[in-house]
Design a protein around this ligand. Structure first.
Ligand code: PMP
Length: 440
Protein backbone atom coordinates (compact mmCIF):
# COMPACT_ATOMS: atom_id res chain seq x y z
CA UNK A 1 0.00 0.00 0.00
CA UNK A 2 1.35 3.44 -0.84
CA UNK A 3 1.12 6.50 1.39
CA UNK A 4 -0.65 8.63 -1.20
CA UNK A 5 -3.89 10.17 0.00
CA UNK A 6 -6.00 9.41 -3.04
CA UNK A 7 -9.14 11.41 -3.74
CA UNK A 8 -11.09 8.16 -3.89
CA UNK A 9 -10.37 6.26 -0.70
CA UNK A 10 -12.65 3.36 -1.56
CA UNK A 11 -11.46 2.18 -4.95
CA UNK A 12 -8.03 1.11 -6.11
CA UNK A 13 -7.05 3.03 -9.22
CA UNK A 14 -5.09 1.50 -12.12
CA UNK A 15 -1.46 2.61 -12.14
CA UNK A 16 -0.64 4.55 -15.32
CA UNK A 17 2.86 3.73 -16.55
CA UNK A 18 3.07 4.90 -20.15
CA UNK A 19 1.44 7.17 -22.68
CA UNK A 20 1.41 6.28 -26.37
CA UNK A 21 -0.43 8.69 -28.64
CA UNK A 22 -4.07 8.62 -27.60
CA UNK A 23 -3.52 5.64 -25.27
CA UNK A 24 -2.65 5.29 -21.60
CA UNK A 25 -1.11 1.96 -20.60
CA UNK A 26 -1.38 0.71 -17.03
CA UNK A 27 0.97 -1.51 -15.01
CA UNK A 28 -0.85 -4.66 -16.14
CA UNK A 29 -0.27 -3.73 -19.79
CA UNK A 30 -3.92 -2.80 -20.35
CA UNK A 31 -4.46 -0.04 -22.94
CA UNK A 32 -7.04 2.71 -22.51
CA UNK A 33 -8.07 4.96 -25.38
CA UNK A 34 -8.13 8.37 -23.73
CA UNK A 35 -11.26 9.89 -25.23
CA UNK A 36 -11.51 12.72 -22.72
CA UNK A 37 -7.86 13.64 -22.14
CA UNK A 38 -8.61 13.12 -18.43
CA UNK A 39 -10.75 16.20 -17.82
CA UNK A 40 -10.25 17.72 -21.34
CA UNK A 41 -6.50 18.20 -20.90
CA UNK A 42 -4.48 15.97 -23.24
CA UNK A 43 -5.32 17.59 -26.57
CA UNK A 44 -2.14 16.25 -28.23
CA UNK A 45 -2.29 12.75 -26.78
CA UNK A 46 0.39 11.45 -24.47
CA UNK A 47 3.63 11.31 -26.43
CA UNK A 48 3.96 14.33 -28.68
CA UNK A 49 7.66 14.50 -29.64
CA UNK A 50 7.80 18.27 -30.15
CA UNK A 51 6.41 19.03 -26.69
CA UNK A 52 8.55 16.39 -24.98
CA UNK A 53 11.64 17.81 -26.64
CA UNK A 54 10.71 21.40 -25.71
CA UNK A 55 10.37 20.38 -22.05
CA UNK A 56 13.74 18.56 -22.10
CA UNK A 57 15.46 21.48 -23.77
CA UNK A 58 14.03 24.05 -21.37
CA UNK A 59 14.99 22.10 -18.25
CA UNK A 60 18.49 21.82 -19.66
CA UNK A 61 18.75 25.55 -20.40
CA UNK A 62 17.09 27.00 -17.34
CA UNK A 63 14.52 25.16 -15.25
CA UNK A 64 13.22 28.04 -13.19
CA UNK A 65 13.47 31.82 -13.30
CA UNK A 66 11.17 33.56 -10.82
CA UNK A 67 8.83 35.75 -12.86
CA UNK A 68 8.88 38.58 -10.32
CA UNK A 69 12.65 38.87 -10.95
CA UNK A 70 13.11 37.78 -14.58
CA UNK A 71 11.28 37.52 -17.85
CA UNK A 72 12.14 34.67 -20.25
CA UNK A 73 11.80 33.77 -23.87
CA UNK A 74 9.26 30.96 -23.64
CA UNK A 75 6.85 33.12 -21.64
CA UNK A 76 7.25 36.04 -24.03
CA UNK A 77 6.76 33.92 -27.14
CA UNK A 78 3.78 32.16 -25.63
CA UNK A 79 2.12 35.48 -24.82
CA UNK A 80 2.84 36.72 -28.35
CA UNK A 81 1.44 33.66 -30.10
CA UNK A 82 -1.77 33.72 -28.01
CA UNK A 83 -2.38 37.46 -28.26
CA UNK A 84 -1.75 37.38 -32.03
CA UNK A 85 -4.69 34.98 -32.42
CA UNK A 86 -6.96 36.38 -29.71
CA UNK A 87 -10.01 38.57 -30.34
CA UNK A 88 -8.93 42.18 -30.85
CA UNK A 89 -8.47 44.10 -27.61
CA UNK A 90 -7.05 41.25 -25.55
CA UNK A 91 -3.50 42.51 -25.44
CA UNK A 92 -1.54 40.81 -22.64
CA UNK A 93 -1.20 37.38 -21.08
CA UNK A 94 -0.45 36.30 -17.51
CA UNK A 95 0.43 32.72 -16.64
CA UNK A 96 -0.20 30.65 -13.52
CA UNK A 97 -0.23 26.91 -12.84
CA UNK A 98 -3.82 25.84 -13.49
CA UNK A 99 -7.45 26.73 -13.93
CA UNK A 100 -8.39 27.48 -10.33
CA UNK A 101 -5.44 29.84 -10.02
CA UNK A 102 -6.58 31.51 -13.23
CA UNK A 103 -10.07 32.05 -11.77
CA UNK A 104 -8.59 33.44 -8.55
CA UNK A 105 -6.31 35.75 -10.51
CA UNK A 106 -9.23 36.98 -12.64
CA UNK A 107 -11.36 37.66 -9.55
CA UNK A 108 -8.56 39.70 -8.04
CA UNK A 109 -7.68 41.50 -11.25
CA UNK A 110 -11.30 42.63 -11.66
CA UNK A 111 -11.24 44.01 -8.13
CA UNK A 112 -7.92 45.77 -8.66
CA UNK A 113 -9.11 47.29 -11.94
CA UNK A 114 -11.99 49.05 -10.22
CA UNK A 115 -9.73 50.29 -7.44
CA UNK A 116 -7.33 51.67 -10.04
CA UNK A 117 -10.08 53.56 -11.86
CA UNK A 118 -11.63 54.97 -8.70
CA UNK A 119 -14.68 52.73 -8.32
CA UNK A 120 -13.83 50.91 -5.07
CA UNK A 121 -17.48 50.11 -4.35
CA UNK A 122 -17.55 47.52 -7.16
CA UNK A 123 -17.03 44.43 -5.04
CA UNK A 124 -19.79 42.07 -6.15
CA UNK A 125 -19.46 39.21 -8.60
CA UNK A 126 -22.09 37.35 -10.55
CA UNK A 127 -21.71 33.85 -12.01
CA UNK A 128 -24.11 31.14 -13.14
CA UNK A 129 -26.00 28.40 -11.36
CA UNK A 130 -24.54 24.89 -11.67
CA UNK A 131 -21.23 26.33 -12.90
CA UNK A 132 -17.69 25.29 -12.04
CA UNK A 133 -14.68 27.59 -12.04
CA UNK A 134 -12.23 25.74 -9.81
CA UNK A 135 -11.67 24.34 -6.36
CA UNK A 136 -9.89 27.07 -4.38
CA UNK A 137 -12.08 29.16 -2.10
CA UNK A 138 -12.62 32.12 -4.45
CA UNK A 139 -13.13 29.96 -7.53
CA UNK A 140 -15.40 27.60 -5.62
CA UNK A 141 -17.46 30.58 -4.50
CA UNK A 142 -17.96 31.57 -8.12
CA UNK A 143 -19.16 28.11 -8.99
CA UNK A 144 -22.51 26.76 -7.98
CA UNK A 145 -22.19 23.00 -7.89
CA UNK A 146 -23.92 21.89 -4.70
CA UNK A 147 -21.81 18.75 -4.30
CA UNK A 148 -18.58 20.65 -4.52
CA UNK A 149 -19.64 23.62 -2.36
CA UNK A 150 -21.63 22.12 0.50
CA UNK A 151 -18.66 21.06 2.65
CA UNK A 152 -17.10 24.53 2.58
CA UNK A 153 -20.07 26.73 3.32
CA UNK A 154 -20.24 29.22 5.02
CA UNK A 155 -16.59 29.98 4.27
CA UNK A 156 -17.22 30.83 0.62
CA UNK A 157 -17.54 34.40 -0.64
CA UNK A 158 -21.09 35.68 -1.10
CA UNK A 159 -21.97 35.49 -4.79
CA UNK A 160 -25.03 36.06 -6.96
CA UNK A 161 -25.88 33.28 -9.41
CA UNK A 162 -28.13 33.50 -12.44
CA UNK A 163 -29.46 30.75 -14.73
CA UNK A 164 -27.01 29.14 -17.16
CA UNK A 165 -27.75 28.66 -20.85
CA UNK A 166 -29.03 25.07 -20.92
CA UNK A 167 -31.50 24.76 -23.70
CA UNK A 168 -32.15 21.00 -23.49
CA UNK A 169 -33.94 21.29 -20.16
CA UNK A 170 -34.78 24.92 -19.73
CA UNK A 171 -36.15 26.36 -22.96
CA UNK A 172 -39.91 26.63 -22.65
CA UNK A 173 -42.06 25.20 -25.39
CA UNK A 174 -43.59 28.58 -26.15
CA UNK A 175 -40.27 30.30 -26.85
CA UNK A 176 -37.78 30.11 -29.72
CA UNK A 177 -34.12 29.33 -29.13
CA UNK A 178 -33.29 33.02 -29.53
CA UNK A 179 -36.03 34.10 -27.12
CA UNK A 180 -34.76 31.57 -24.62
CA UNK A 181 -31.18 32.86 -24.90
CA UNK A 182 -32.35 36.41 -24.42
CA UNK A 183 -34.46 35.50 -21.39
CA UNK A 184 -31.59 33.81 -19.58
CA UNK A 185 -29.06 36.47 -20.55
CA UNK A 186 -31.45 39.12 -19.27
CA UNK A 187 -31.23 37.53 -15.84
CA UNK A 188 -27.82 39.17 -15.73
CA UNK A 189 -29.35 42.60 -16.12
CA UNK A 190 -31.93 41.86 -13.42
CA UNK A 191 -29.17 40.70 -11.04
CA UNK A 192 -27.06 43.81 -11.72
CA UNK A 193 -30.04 46.08 -11.09
CA UNK A 194 -30.89 44.25 -7.88
CA UNK A 195 -27.35 44.47 -6.47
CA UNK A 196 -26.92 48.04 -7.70
CA UNK A 197 -25.28 48.74 -11.07
CA UNK A 198 -22.35 50.62 -9.54
CA UNK A 199 -21.60 47.79 -7.09
CA UNK A 200 -20.89 44.95 -9.52
CA UNK A 201 -17.31 44.20 -10.59
CA UNK A 202 -17.57 41.23 -12.94
CA UNK A 203 -19.67 38.46 -14.40
CA UNK A 204 -18.08 35.04 -15.00
CA UNK A 205 -19.31 32.39 -17.44
CA UNK A 206 -17.99 29.46 -19.44
CA UNK A 207 -18.92 29.99 -23.11
CA UNK A 208 -19.59 26.23 -23.39
CA UNK A 209 -20.33 24.78 -19.94
CA UNK A 210 -18.08 21.74 -19.56
CA UNK A 211 -17.87 19.57 -16.47
CA UNK A 212 -20.88 21.13 -14.78
CA UNK A 213 -23.43 20.81 -17.58
CA UNK A 214 -21.90 18.38 -20.07
CA UNK A 215 -21.04 20.80 -22.89
CA UNK A 216 -24.19 22.93 -22.78
CA UNK A 217 -23.64 25.42 -25.61
CA UNK A 218 -24.56 29.09 -25.76
CA UNK A 219 -27.55 29.56 -28.06
CA UNK A 220 -27.10 32.11 -30.89
CA UNK A 221 -27.03 35.66 -29.57
CA UNK A 222 -26.63 34.65 -25.90
CA UNK A 223 -22.97 35.62 -25.42
CA UNK A 224 -23.46 38.83 -27.40
CA UNK A 225 -26.36 39.77 -25.14
CA UNK A 226 -24.20 39.18 -22.05
CA UNK A 227 -21.57 41.49 -23.55
CA UNK A 228 -24.18 44.15 -24.25
CA UNK A 229 -25.48 44.04 -20.67
CA UNK A 230 -21.98 44.17 -19.14
CA UNK A 231 -21.16 47.18 -21.32
CA UNK A 232 -24.36 48.94 -20.36
CA UNK A 233 -23.48 48.79 -16.64
CA UNK A 234 -19.69 48.96 -16.80
CA UNK A 235 -19.34 45.38 -15.51
CA UNK A 236 -16.33 43.30 -16.61
CA UNK A 237 -17.12 40.17 -18.61
CA UNK A 238 -14.90 37.19 -17.80
CA UNK A 239 -15.03 34.09 -19.97
CA UNK A 240 -13.70 30.93 -18.40
CA UNK A 241 -12.21 29.00 -21.31
CA UNK A 242 -10.23 26.69 -19.04
CA UNK A 243 -12.02 23.65 -20.40
CA UNK A 244 -13.66 24.73 -23.66
CA UNK A 245 -10.77 26.84 -24.98
CA UNK A 246 -7.45 26.18 -26.70
CA UNK A 247 -8.89 24.77 -29.90
CA UNK A 248 -11.19 22.22 -28.34
CA UNK A 249 -14.33 23.67 -29.91
CA UNK A 250 -12.68 24.14 -33.31
CA UNK A 251 -11.41 27.67 -32.61
CA UNK A 252 -8.40 28.59 -30.51
CA UNK A 253 -10.74 30.79 -28.48
CA UNK A 254 -14.32 29.57 -28.20
CA UNK A 255 -15.81 33.05 -27.89
CA UNK A 256 -14.33 34.02 -31.27
CA UNK A 257 -16.90 31.80 -32.97
CA UNK A 258 -19.63 33.97 -31.46
CA UNK A 259 -17.73 37.19 -32.22
CA UNK A 260 -17.79 38.23 -28.56
CA UNK A 261 -14.71 39.54 -26.74
CA UNK A 262 -14.51 39.36 -22.95
CA UNK A 263 -12.45 41.68 -20.76
CA UNK A 264 -10.60 38.74 -19.22
CA UNK A 265 -10.32 35.26 -20.71
CA UNK A 266 -9.03 32.43 -18.54
CA UNK A 267 -7.28 29.33 -19.91
CA UNK A 268 -5.61 26.13 -18.63
CA UNK A 269 -5.97 22.42 -19.46
CA UNK A 270 -5.25 22.33 -23.24
CA UNK A 271 -2.81 25.22 -22.82
CA UNK A 272 -0.13 22.82 -21.58
CA UNK A 273 -1.93 19.73 -22.94
CA UNK A 274 -0.95 17.90 -19.75
CA UNK A 275 2.79 18.05 -20.47
CA UNK A 276 3.13 20.70 -17.79
CA UNK A 277 0.68 22.32 -15.36
CA UNK A 278 -0.13 25.78 -16.71
CA UNK A 279 -3.05 28.18 -16.76
CA UNK A 280 -3.42 31.87 -17.29
CA UNK A 281 -5.51 34.68 -18.59
CA UNK A 282 -5.61 37.15 -21.45
CA UNK A 283 -6.59 40.64 -20.49
CA UNK A 284 -8.11 43.56 -22.35
CA UNK A 285 -6.01 46.57 -23.10
CA UNK A 286 -8.29 48.89 -21.12
CA UNK A 287 -7.40 46.97 -17.94
CA UNK A 288 -3.70 47.00 -18.80
CA UNK A 289 -3.86 50.76 -19.32
CA UNK A 290 -5.64 51.25 -15.99
CA UNK A 291 -2.87 49.32 -14.21
CA UNK A 292 -0.14 51.14 -16.09
CA UNK A 293 -1.49 54.59 -15.32
CA UNK A 294 -2.45 53.61 -11.77
CA UNK A 295 -0.34 51.65 -9.32
CA UNK A 296 1.81 50.20 -12.09
CA UNK A 297 1.63 46.76 -10.49
CA UNK A 298 -0.41 43.61 -10.87
CA UNK A 299 -1.06 42.87 -7.23
CA UNK A 300 -1.17 39.14 -7.64
CA UNK A 301 1.43 36.46 -8.09
CA UNK A 302 2.50 32.94 -7.29
CA UNK A 303 5.96 31.43 -6.99
CA UNK A 304 5.39 29.39 -10.15
CA UNK A 305 3.60 32.07 -12.17
CA UNK A 306 4.96 31.97 -15.72
CA UNK A 307 7.00 28.86 -14.93
CA UNK A 308 9.82 28.46 -17.44
CA UNK A 309 9.24 24.80 -18.34
CA UNK A 310 5.46 25.11 -18.30
CA UNK A 311 5.64 28.05 -20.72
CA UNK A 312 8.05 26.12 -22.98
CA UNK A 313 5.62 23.18 -23.09
CA UNK A 314 2.65 25.45 -23.83
CA UNK A 315 4.58 27.22 -26.57
CA UNK A 316 5.39 23.88 -28.20
CA UNK A 317 1.69 22.96 -28.00
CA UNK A 318 0.80 26.14 -29.87
CA UNK A 319 3.49 25.45 -32.46
CA UNK A 320 2.17 21.93 -32.94
CA UNK A 321 -1.36 23.33 -33.45
CA UNK A 322 -0.05 25.55 -36.22
CA UNK A 323 2.37 23.17 -37.92
CA UNK A 324 -0.04 20.25 -37.95
CA UNK A 325 -3.08 22.37 -38.74
CA UNK A 326 -4.77 20.81 -35.75
CA UNK A 327 -7.58 23.27 -35.12
CA UNK A 328 -9.03 22.62 -38.53
CA UNK A 329 -8.46 18.90 -37.88
CA UNK A 330 -10.65 19.34 -34.77
CA UNK A 331 -13.51 20.50 -36.98
CA UNK A 332 -13.14 17.52 -39.35
CA UNK A 333 -12.84 14.97 -36.57
CA UNK A 334 -15.75 16.56 -34.75
CA UNK A 335 -18.02 16.13 -37.76
CA UNK A 336 -17.06 12.45 -37.94
CA UNK A 337 -17.48 11.84 -34.23
CA UNK A 338 -20.82 13.63 -34.06
CA UNK A 339 -22.17 11.66 -37.01
CA UNK A 340 -21.12 8.37 -35.41
CA UNK A 341 -22.57 9.36 -32.02
CA UNK A 342 -25.84 10.51 -33.59
CA UNK A 343 -26.10 7.22 -35.51
CA UNK A 344 -25.37 5.05 -32.49
CA UNK A 345 -27.00 6.98 -29.64
CA UNK A 346 -29.39 9.38 -31.38
CA UNK A 347 -32.38 7.21 -30.49
CA UNK A 348 -30.92 5.49 -27.43
CA UNK A 349 -33.58 5.20 -24.68
CA UNK A 350 -31.15 6.51 -22.04
CA UNK A 351 -29.36 9.25 -23.96
CA UNK A 352 -31.55 12.35 -23.93
CA UNK A 353 -29.25 14.82 -25.66
CA UNK A 354 -25.99 14.91 -27.61
CA UNK A 355 -24.50 18.40 -27.66
CA UNK A 356 -21.37 20.51 -27.64
CA UNK A 357 -18.99 22.06 -30.11
CA UNK A 358 -15.97 20.64 -31.88
CA UNK A 359 -14.27 17.85 -29.95
CA UNK A 360 -16.07 18.90 -26.80
CA UNK A 361 -19.13 16.72 -26.75
CA UNK A 362 -21.60 15.88 -24.00
CA UNK A 363 -24.14 13.08 -23.88
CA UNK A 364 -26.82 13.52 -21.23
CA UNK A 365 -28.07 10.31 -19.65
CA UNK A 366 -31.74 10.04 -18.73
CA UNK A 367 -33.96 7.46 -17.09
CA UNK A 368 -36.71 8.33 -19.57
CA UNK A 369 -36.04 9.88 -22.93
CA UNK A 370 -39.57 11.22 -23.41
CA UNK A 371 -39.95 12.97 -20.06
CA UNK A 372 -36.19 13.76 -19.72
CA UNK A 373 -36.41 12.37 -16.19
CA UNK A 374 -32.79 12.11 -14.91
CA UNK A 375 -31.54 8.98 -13.19
CA UNK A 376 -31.83 9.10 -9.42
CA UNK A 377 -28.46 10.55 -8.26
CA UNK A 378 -28.16 7.76 -5.65
CA UNK A 379 -27.84 5.26 -8.52
CA UNK A 380 -24.51 6.90 -9.51
CA UNK A 381 -24.93 5.87 -13.13
CA UNK A 382 -22.04 8.14 -14.05
CA UNK A 383 -19.66 6.19 -11.82
CA UNK A 384 -20.92 2.86 -13.13
CA UNK A 385 -20.34 4.12 -16.63
CA UNK A 386 -16.79 5.21 -15.85
CA UNK A 387 -16.03 1.81 -14.39
CA UNK A 388 -17.60 0.02 -17.36
CA UNK A 389 -15.66 2.24 -19.77
CA UNK A 390 -12.40 1.47 -17.96
CA UNK A 391 -13.20 -2.23 -18.22
CA UNK A 392 -13.58 -1.72 -21.99
CA UNK A 393 -10.29 0.19 -22.17
CA UNK A 394 -11.86 3.63 -22.68
CA UNK A 395 -11.33 6.81 -20.71
CA UNK A 396 -14.28 9.19 -20.89
CA UNK A 397 -15.38 11.76 -18.33
CA UNK A 398 -18.79 10.99 -16.86
CA UNK A 399 -20.19 13.26 -14.13
CA UNK A 400 -23.23 13.23 -11.89
CA UNK A 401 -26.21 15.48 -12.50
CA UNK A 402 -27.60 17.98 -10.04
CA UNK A 403 -28.86 16.52 -6.80
CA UNK A 404 -32.03 18.59 -7.23
CA UNK A 405 -32.76 16.92 -10.58
CA UNK A 406 -32.13 20.09 -12.60
CA UNK A 407 -29.66 18.25 -14.81
CA UNK A 408 -28.93 14.61 -15.55
CA UNK A 409 -25.73 12.60 -15.40
CA UNK A 410 -23.60 13.22 -18.46
CA UNK A 411 -20.64 11.80 -20.32
CA UNK A 412 -18.05 14.20 -21.64
CA UNK A 413 -15.86 13.34 -24.62
CA UNK A 414 -12.79 15.45 -25.37
CA UNK A 415 -10.37 13.33 -27.41
CA UNK A 416 -7.00 14.50 -28.75
CA UNK A 417 -6.88 16.65 -31.88
CA UNK A 418 -4.42 14.28 -33.60
CA UNK A 419 -6.63 11.20 -33.46
CA UNK A 420 -6.86 8.82 -36.42
CA UNK A 421 -10.30 8.43 -38.02
CA UNK A 422 -10.36 4.74 -37.08
CA UNK A 423 -10.09 5.73 -33.44
CA UNK A 424 -13.44 7.50 -33.70
CA UNK A 425 -15.02 4.09 -34.36
CA UNK A 426 -13.13 2.66 -31.41
CA UNK A 427 -14.46 5.39 -29.09
CA UNK A 428 -18.07 4.89 -30.17
CA UNK A 429 -17.90 1.07 -30.08
CA UNK A 430 -16.37 1.00 -26.62
CA UNK A 431 -18.74 3.64 -25.32
CA UNK A 432 -21.72 1.66 -26.62
CA UNK A 433 -20.58 -1.48 -24.82
CA UNK A 434 -19.79 0.46 -21.62
CA UNK A 435 -23.19 2.13 -21.68
CA UNK A 436 -24.89 -1.24 -22.14
CA UNK A 437 -22.95 -2.73 -19.21
CA UNK A 438 -23.55 0.24 -16.90
CA UNK A 439 -27.29 0.24 -17.52
CA UNK A 440 -27.72 -3.54 -17.20
N1 PMP B 1 -12.73 26.33 -14.80
C1 PMP B 1 -13.30 25.33 -15.48
C2 PMP B 1 -14.36 25.66 -16.49
C3 PMP B 1 -12.92 24.01 -15.27
O1 PMP B 1 -13.50 23.02 -15.95
C4 PMP B 1 -11.90 23.74 -14.32
C5 PMP B 1 -11.42 22.31 -14.08
N2 PMP B 1 -12.28 21.30 -14.36
C6 PMP B 1 -11.34 24.80 -13.63
C7 PMP B 1 -11.76 26.09 -13.90
C8 PMP B 1 -10.28 24.56 -12.60
O2 PMP B 1 -9.11 24.17 -13.19
P1 PMP B 1 -7.99 23.36 -12.36
O3 PMP B 1 -8.57 22.04 -12.02
O4 PMP B 1 -6.84 23.30 -13.32
O5 PMP B 1 -7.66 24.15 -11.16
Amino acid sequence: MSHVLHRDLKHVLPRAVKGEGAYIIDSTGKRYLDASGGPAVSCLGHSHPRVIEAVRRQVGEIAFAYSAFFTHEAMEQLADILVAQAPAGLSRAFFVSGGSEASEAALKLARQYFLEIGQPQRRHYIARERSYHGNTMGALSLGHDVNRRQTYEPLLLPMTHIAPCYEYRERREDESTEQYGRRVADELEAAILKIGPDQVAAFFAEPVAGSSLGCAEPVPGYLARLREICDRYGVLLVFDEVMCGMGRTGHLFTCAEDGVTPDILTMAKGLGAGYQPIGGFLVHDKIVRALESGSGQLKHGHTYAGHTVACAAALAVQQAFQEENLISRVRDLAAGLRARLDDTFGQHPHIGDIRGRGLFIGLEMVADRETKQPFDPSEKKWLKLRQAAFAEGLVCYPAGGCVDGKSGDHILLAPPFNLADSQLDEIVDKLGRALGASLA
